[in-house]
Ligand binder design. Structure first.
Ligand code: F6P
Length: 454
């Protein structure tokens, strides 16, 4: 049987109890834990003399990691991946910058990953690469002599062609991406945008799920990433988590609106704070009763655009509390740190509403985890941006436009006053949709299509 080899920039902390950096690492970890496989990624270390770390075996997973030099990190991670690609993929063109030298660094580091892969891959391994940091890897792997089937799953959105084309290297990058055998997207919107570029700007033709371009055949599909619905619920139901949820409800006045996001400009935090301020101004009946808790662990904090949003939010949180707080009531709690799952689960379970309002997001697993953690007899309400991939499946959430402050404020009021029966109906709909696209199904469909059995 073919082995599964996963490659991603970030690997999950394998020890139990450690907080993970984002949805990708947690999702891949879960997917690999069940079936086993090999996982190659960056060690997280920056060293003068980068090394490949020794294999680390945890259960059914063999983990291989490589270090990066300072130059690699600056040009690849801080530079092209997160300074250029990330903002463009999330439609934030104004926040992006482009330097050819960083693009070269991105290609060079993708080649480093490919060379490390070539050392450990066997000819019949299936190679599954993840996310925007490694778009160039299939081309580099071919150059390193690998003839395996190689698939890419893009966790982020793929933007409309006109937005993608603001990257000066777009043509070269697109040609490299088409060296993959299978490319998976979160939603049909992303797939359609990719194919639109392929047809209009790269001379491709499309038939069913197959793209013919640059003398290659590339399969292009939609694989929405999911969560383990029953495991999330079971974890929220653990006696210690139930006790903690009860304590949180008592301490936080029983009307908790919760948000959990990496501190990233794509998550729409300033717009969300503004909407909460509008809610406080226009719906005074909730004064002294509501708490909005924003958990936002710092992310990519050595990039200026991330430092700027952090400064902005700190100022706004202080200003909003200064305007509305009373001696015995603080409406906004803003926490800049990450929490383990056993802290988040009781919070999800205790919250009456969860605000997930990114300006753009590939999927957003917080939305799905919140919905899965709810008690079906008395569920909380999900307020979800129509620009999150999750909105394509979770139409039973209260869908909002994150740029519409008044609309988001009205949704907060509606969530906190929604009758039980409507909350139950919406929750049932969301559970059914999430069961349809579980994490297992995401993995199994992608791997089957990559192996040519789909
Ligand atoms: O889930 C999207 C993602 O961009 C991953 O690719 C990434 O690992 C994660 O968010 C966290 O970002 P970073 O690895 O830059 O800390």
């Amino acid at each position: 049987m073919s082995r599964l080899v996963v490659v991603s920039n970030r690997v999950a902390p394998i020890q139990e109890g450690e907080a993970t950096a984002g949805g990708l690492a947690a999702g891949v970890l879960d997917a690999l834990r069940q079936k086993g496989g090999i996982w190659l990624g960056w060690s997280g270390n920056i060293r003068d003399v980068p090394e490949q770390q020794p294999e680390h075996i945890v259960g059914a997973i063999s983990l291989f990691t490589i270090d990066l030099s300072r130059k690699d990190y600056d040009e690849y991670y801080r530079g092209f991946a997160n300074g250029t690609l990330w903002p463009v993929l999330h439609y934030q063109i104004g926040l992006g910058r482009f330097e050819w030298v960083e693009y070269e660094g991105y290609r060079r580091v993708n080649s480093l990953f490919a060379q490390a892969l070539a050392k450990l891959a066997r000819p019949d391994d299936l190679i599954w690469v993840h996310d925007y940091q490694l778009l160039y890897m299939a081309e580099a792997a071919r150059d390193a002599g690998l003839t395996n089937r190689i698939g890419l799953f893009l966790h982020t959105p793929f933007p409309a062609p006109g937005v993608f084309m603001t990257i000066p290297a777009h043509a070269d990058l697109f040609r490299a991406v088409c060296q993959y055998d299978l490319i998976g997207f979160q939603t049909e919107i992303d797939r359609a945008a990719f194919l639109d570029y392929a047809v209009r700007h790269a001379g491709g033709t499309v038939r069913d799920e197959v793209l013919s371009v640059f003398d290659r055949i590339v399969r292009v599909g939609v694989y929405p990433i999911g969560v383990h619905v029953d495991e999330v619920r079971a974890s929220a139901e653990l006696p210690r988590n139930r006790r903690q949820a009860t304590r949180i409800r008592a301490a936080l006045l029983d009307r908790l609106i919760l948000s959990v996001d990496r501190l990233d400009y794509s998550k729409g935090l300033p717009q969300r704070f503004a909407a909460f301020e509008r809610f406080l101004a226009e719906y005074p009946a909730h004064h002294n009763l509501v708490t909005f808790m924003q958990i936002a662990p710092p992310s990519r904090s050595d990039i200026e655009t991330y430092q700027a949003i952090r400064r902005e939010l700190e100022g706004e949180a202080g200003r909003i509390n200064g305007r509305f707080a009373e001696v015995d009531w603080v409406p906004l709690r803003y926490l800049n740190k990450s929490f383990e799952r056993n802290v988040l689960m009781p919070l999800y379970a205790a919250a009456q509403a969860c605000l997930v309002t990114p300006l753009r997001d590939g999927m957003n697993l917080v939305a799905k985890e919140f919905a899965a953690a709810q008690d079906p007899d008395d569920p909380g309400v999900l307020i979800l941006s129509e620009f999150a991939g999750a909105a394509r499946e979770l139409g039973d959430a209260l869908l909002v436009n994150p740029y519409d402050e008044a609309g988001v404020a009205a949704a907060m009021d509606r969530a906190l006053t929604m009758p039980l029966e409507e909350r139950q109906d919406r929750h049932r709909g969301m559970l059914a949709a999430m069961r349809e696209n579980s994490l297992e199904r995401w993995r199994d469909r992608f791997v089957a299509d990559l192996g040519g059995q789909g």
